[in-house]
Design a protein around this ligand. Structure first.
Ligand SMILES: Nc1ncnc2c1ncn2[C@@H]1O[C@H](COP(=O)(O)OP(=O)(O)OP(=O)(O)O)[C@@H](O)[C@H]1O
Length: 266
């Protein structure tokens, strides 16, 4: 369980990126943080993971955290498997090498993420998306019941986005607590029970069903947004979020009052 209580953070004194942020992530649930570029998503998830100390408020973590950083290049000349094995550091006693159980857990995590074939590749030679999948496998290999992920699907192709989101849903069903930041409202619709919206004039936290609406998302991003309902092959009804492409003038005025678009049945 992770709980933030009236949390604020500022990189400089008296200049808060956000303040008064309160929410809880319980076992078996996922919370998605959404907001425009620069609104403080990474800062918030780094606070939640314990990498930054909040300037106000308290953060309670009942479990250790597996953390997936935002995609970044790295020059560590380790094999991908060794990067994932680093996630087992807590289980490996000091001055001991990882054992067979650690190697099994690391390989199993790589299989779940679909990158077992990359095990012997040197990390810096992997593409950005492949490196992102290695970081996700490393967090899973930790065995931590709480995962904090900073934009886990950024840089991934459609198949890998589906693979990662399905995996995260499975982990949630297994009882893990998940906190992730994302630029994709659709991913939040698929995965999240709760959302944290980083509005410029204040942070709003609440249930995904209540907050992932066209009106909230239009206000959040300053662009017209429609939500469309559709039916999947298995009969499940889903919603998807579609931005309104318009003239630069429409963007500047942030028009969210357009009539709803017609649903597409495919
Ligand atoms: N180390 C730092 N020192 C000073 N300011 C910072 C630092 N890191 C981030 N900021 C500023 O804090 C604000 C929030 O940044 P943050 O990276 O948390 O936003 P974000 O919502 O994750 O952005 P994006 O969607 O572009 O990744 C931005 O204005 C950014 O310029």
């Amino acid at each position: 369980m992770l709980e933030l209580d009236h949390v604020a953070y500022g990189y400089r004194a008296a200049e808060h990126i956000f303040r008064d942020v309160s929410f809880r992530v319980s076992a078996g649930t996922a919370t998605a943080v959404l907001g425009p570029n620069g609104s403080g998503k990474t800062t918030l998830v780094r606070c939640a993971a314990g990498l930054l100390a909040p300037t106000e408020g308290t953060i309670t973590r009942l479990e250790t955290v597996g953390y997936v950083p935002q995609a970044h290049s790295s020059s560590f000349a380790y094999r991908a498997l060794d990067m994932v094995l680093m996630g087992r550091a807590r289980q490996v006693r000091i001055f001991r090498s990882p054992g067979a159980a650690d190697r099994f857990a690391a390989l199993r995590a790589m299989e779940r993420v679909g990158i077992a074939d990359l095990a012997d590749r040197l990390f810096p030679t992997l593409s950005g998306g492949e490196q992102q999948l290695v970081f996700i496998a490393r967090a899973i290999a930790t065995g931590c019941p709480l995962l904090v992920l900073d934009e886990p699907s950024t840089g991934l192709d459609l198949k890998n986005q589906v693979r990662v989101l399905t995996l995260l849903r499975d982990l949630k069903a297994d009882g893990m607590a998940l906190l992730l930041s994302t630029h994709e409202p659709d991913h939040a619709l698929y995965l999240a029970d709760s959302v944290v919206l980083m509005h410029r004039d204040g942070v709003v936290a609440g249930s995904a069903a209540e907050l992932l609406t066209a009106a909230q998302l239009s206000g959040l991003y300053g662009v017209g947004v429609s939500t469309l309902e559709y039916q999947e092959g298995n009969g499940a009804r889903r919603r998807t979020v579609v931005p309104r492409y318009g003239s630069a003038k429409t963007l500047l005025s942030g028009d969210s009052q357009l009539p709803p678009s017609a649903p597409i049945n495919s």
